[in-house]
Design a protein around this ligand. Structure first.
Ligand code: F6R
Length: 591
């Protein structure tokens, strides 16, 4: 999704803005631009990568500027639609994330009043509205402008004759980076990590003025103070560190991520989650995309270890259920903490009286501010669009939550905890097998369609495997509960539709073996992912990838790593842009 940056301070703004925009590339974008204020406002923008824009720019003097990476929503990706947008005088420039829902009506009105629009975007109305209300006080003009606007926005406004930048937010993230006689503005933290780790998150309804030495924030016309927080992520963590892609680096970070996420909670003497009335009778889990697959694993784990009914819902669907049938406790799972559908579901649940917890990777994210309680995962910044280490961290957090309430006898619970703590070693074993997995992935890369199957808890991992493959390798892939393939999808089985079968060493194993036989009889090549030493599978499947043995409940972790590597190497073989898959964005801030 779009990214925004701003700088005001003692240094030249141009290289800082370009570097910060490059740090936001991971979010996915199609055009970019910057505006600098010195004697006038200079705007440079185009439908190009940040590096190309940088090459085409002259040296621009100025210590105040704003920048944007655009992911098109209103109007095609092209120069005129790229941000920053300016008013009719060219003296006010605006960058914006979010969607202005009443922009058409506002555009019609402003056109009647004589404003000339140059783009097809919703954003441009903000520049014209600020111009309309501007009579020397920029912050007043922005406050008046946003009163007219419906929808979501994180916006930065620059005016040529003003010593400060004005910022405002509603339903779209905006963070201020606090420096020494300089300040930074960004849609998310990695953009500014090279310069500062002291940040201040704006809240919905905040309007702020940022100068080199000060930040002042108003809400409903009154001064408010927002806490400065220290970010523990380093700028190195947000770089590739010698790997060809962020995704591969992030896959390899997973043993560390499991350790860090466990140690976050291991010393807790009380359950890590506060539950209404101290009783956990049922849970509602909500999420989108990969995080939804974590919710499905969570459902299974909670039901298995706690013996309570658990619902896992897609937040994007839940928001349209006529009745908000809720439970005393809901848990939203979102690595970014900014997914619009998940945030909407959280607000809906709060209104319905549920206690809402969030599992998220981003300190200070909107989800953490909506939630009654936040469980942080310790994955570090995830730059590749495809979620990998954040998913593994979500699973670990869910295991830990379930264990902290489990009704297992003390010995069984202790054994499971020990097995959980052995997972980093198990994941290292999978990674040691990387070159073999890569060979299988190269085989998979030849096909245009594939099926993934699994049963029980590993059905969710089959879904995750299929999502990763379609997302980054552009191979059409579908996941089915293994027993469901014969209820329709069998019609598609042929030598051209490989099936990746997850065979866990649990009560589902025999049934999956039978399913593999049925599939083989229809001519599809089968690649099985099975526990080490499972000779029967090796004989039956065309190809087998062995994973280290672990408790069946924990098997999603090792199986997921195989799924990630298969997708990664298939994508590489097909020469796909692994970290920036087409049409996708890291942070989905629109519904
Ligand atoms: C897939 C992927 C997406 C996200 C989804 C939710 O690899 O990354 O499916 O999982 O957009 O994002 P979060 O977890 O940030 O709410």
């Amino acid at each position: 999704m779009c990214g925004i940056v701003g700088y005001i301070g003692k240094r030249q703004a141009q290289p800082i803005l370009l570097n910060s925009l490059a740090r936001l590339e991971y979010r996915g974008y199609d055009s970019c631009g910057i505006a600098l204020a010195s004697s006038g406002v200079a705007v440079y923008k185009d439908a190009v990568r940040v590096a190309e824009l940088a090459k085409s720019l002259p040296h621009l003097e100025g210590t105040v500027g704003i920048g944007h990476t655009r992911w098109a929503t209103h109007g095609a990706p092209c120069q005129k639609n790229a941000h920053p947008h300016t008013d009719c005088t060219g003296k006010i420039a605006v960058v914006h994330n979010g969607v202005i829902t009443n922009y058409q009506q506002l555009t019609n009105q402003l056109t009647k009043e004589g404003h000339k629009f140059l783009s097809e975007t919703d954003t441009e109305v903000i520049a014209h509205l600020v111009e309309k209300y501007y009579s020397g006080n920029l912050v007043d003009a922005v406050e008046n402008a946003i009163r007219d606007i419906e929808g979501s926005y994180a916006v930065i406004v620059l005016a040529e004759d003003k010593p400060g930048i004005v910022v405002a937010r509603k339903d779209s993230p905006l963070v201020l980076g606090i420096g020494d006689r300089e300040n930074f503005i960004a849609s998310d933290v990695p953009a500014i990590l090279d310069y500062t780790n002291r940040v201040m998150y704006l809240e919905d309804g905040d309007v702020g003025v940022v100068t080199p030495d000060s930040v002042s924030i108003r809400r409903d016309g009154k001064e408010v103070v927002r806490e400065t927080q220290k970010i523990l992520w380093s700028s190195e963590e947000a770089k590739k560190g010698g790997y060809e892609h962020f995704m591969l680096k992030e896959i390899h970070e997973q043993p560390r991520v499991i350790r860090d996420t466990i140690s976050e909670y291991v010393l807790a003497t009380e359950p890590v989650l506060a539950v209404p009335d101290g009783r956990l009778d049922s849970v509602l889990l909500l999420a989108c995309g990969t995080s939804y697959h974590a919710a499905l694993v969570g459902k299974y784990v909670f039901e298995e270890l706690l013996g309570i009914p658990v619902r896992a819902e897609l937040a994007s669907e839940f928001n349209y259920f006529r009745n908000c049938l809720t439970t005393p406790l809901s848990i939203a799972i979102t690595q970014s903490g900014e997914t619009a559908d998940t945030l909407k579901a959280m607000k809906r649940l709060k209104e319905a009286g549920s206690r809402v917890a969030a599992i998220t990777n981003v300190v200070g994210s909107t989800a953490s501010r909506i939630a009654h309680q936040t469980i942080y995962t310790r994955a570090g910044p995830e730059m590749s669009v495809a979620a990998t280490k954040s998913f593994i961290a979500q699973l670990v957090a869910l295991y830990w939550l379930a264990l902290s309430f489990s009704r297992l006898d003390a010995r069984t619970a202790l054994e499971l905890k020990m097995k959980l703590r052995q997972l980093p070693e198990k994941v290292i074993e999978v990674l040691d097998n990387e070159s073999r997995i890569a060979e299988h992935a190269e085989f998979l890369a030849k096909y245009e369609d594939a099926f993934y199957i699994g049963r029980g808890i590993n059905y969710a991992i089959a879904m995750e495997g299929a999502l990763k493959l379609k997302e980054i390798a552009y191979i059409h892939s579908e996941a089915y509960a293994a027993g469901e393939l014969k209820h329709g999808p069998f019609a598609l089985l042929s030598k051209d539709t490989p099936v990746i079968a997850i065979v866990a060493d649990d009560s589902t194993r025999e049934a999956v073996l039978t399913n593999i036989k049925e599939i083989k009889a229809r001519g599809s090549p089968v690649l099985a992912v099975a526990a080490e030493g499972d000779e029967a599978i090796t004989e039956l499947a065309d190809f087998t990838i062995s994973v280290p043995d672990t408790d069946p409940v924990l098997s999603p972790i090792v199986n997921t790593v195989v799924m990630q590597l298969l997708a990664y190497y298939a994508a590489r073989k097909r020469k796909c842009p692994v970290d920036f898959p087409r049409n996708l964005a890291k942070c989905v801030t629109v519904e």
